[in-house]
Design a binder for this molecule. Structure first.
Ligand SMILES: Nc1ncnc2c1ncn2[C@@H]1O[C@H](COP(=O)(O)OP(=O)(O)O)[C@@H](O)[C@H]1O
Ligand SMILES: [Mg+2]
Length: 266
């Protein structure tokens, strides 16, 4: 298991020839404990994916530093698994081969790789679909394969960027349950990006609300509600309203800036 420390992180994109540099966020500080489930929540464009990609080692901070167990993160590594909104499976490989593909660098014996793939595919309830090809699967099933693929590499930290954003409500809620039981079973550290308040409250120990223009952390909410959580729980509803009020303010701000006088919102 591992923790993640984000210290005074800034990200600025240098822009094209004529564009001026654009700072996505500045002074971002966040410590995620080992085994903790933390969500990054915020309006589209506030830099959630950018921050997650920096922790993944897929992008580089302009200033500040990001460490996991005190080791600087400079590139992707087997200690961090990533799941994106699009599962990006290889269409010419079946489900089991897709999961095993990610294990190639791990220098496992054939049997070990096989066992791991089977184990994690069963964990995400795809035991019966190991020989199916991606085009034969629903969106939810594909996303389960992506989760199994990430877990099979046995990362300490799981980074998920709106993993259920493209799924229908029912599938999404089934996967919420699965992710929770996987998290409880494996005790992974999870950093989860979403713009869905309910999803964040259902799953997280803490919710980091990000604002935009300038991008920053606005507030961190502890979710002290017993699991499994119900959206009808009065504590759930109270927290949802608190977060919603703040988030709405940010979204209106963005709309006003983008649309000027033409914007009729509050
Ligand atoms: N490679 C890039 N070059 C320039 N700007 C970028 C790049 N990637 C993201 N951005 C900008 O950074 C901001 C944050 O993007 P992103 O992290 O994707 O936000 P979110 O995931 O919260 O929707 C956006 O304004 C986006 O246009
Ligand atoms: Mg994003």
């Amino acid at each position: 298991m591992a923790d993640v420390d984000i210290v005074n992180v800034e990200k600025t994109f240098s822009g094209g020839k004529e564009d001026s540099p654009f700072t996505v966020f500045q002074d971002v500080n966040l410590s995620v404990d080992s085994g903790e489930f933390v969500s990054l929540l915020g309006p589209s464009g506030c830099g959630k994916s950018t921050l997650l990609n920096i922790v993944a080692g897929l992008d580089e901070a302009t200033a500040g530093k990001v460490t996991s167990d005190d080791k600087a993160i400079v590139k992707p590594g087997p200690d961090r698994g990533v799941v994106f909104q699009e599962p990006a499976l290889m269409p010419w490989l079946n489900v089991k081969e897709n999961v095993k593909f990610g294990l190639k660098k791990h220098k496992l014996s054939k049997e070990e790789a096989e066992d791991r793939a089977v184990h994690f595919l069963k964990l995400v309830h795809l035991g019966k679909f190991m020989n199916a090809f991606p085009h034969e699967l629903s969106g939810g099933m594909k996303q389960r394969v992506a989760i199994a693929r990430a877990l099979a590499m046995n990362p300490d930290v799981l980074l998920m960027d709106e993993p259920f954003g493209a799924l229908d409500e029912q599938t999404r809620s089934m996967l919420h349950e699965e992710v929770q039981s996987i998290w409880e079973e494996t005790k992974k550290t999870i950093l989860f990006v979403t713009h869905n308040i309910r999803e964040a409250i259902l799953l997280s120990d803490r919710i980091v609300l990000m604002g935009t223009r300038p991008g920053r952390i606005m507030e961190v909410f502890d979710v002290n509600i017993e699991r499994p959580r119900k959206t009808s729980d009065p504590d759930f509803i109270t927290l949802e309203e608190r977060i919603n009020d703040q988030l709405k303010g940010e979204i209106h701000k963005v709309m006003r800036e983008e649309m000027g006088d033409g914007y009729g919102g509050a």
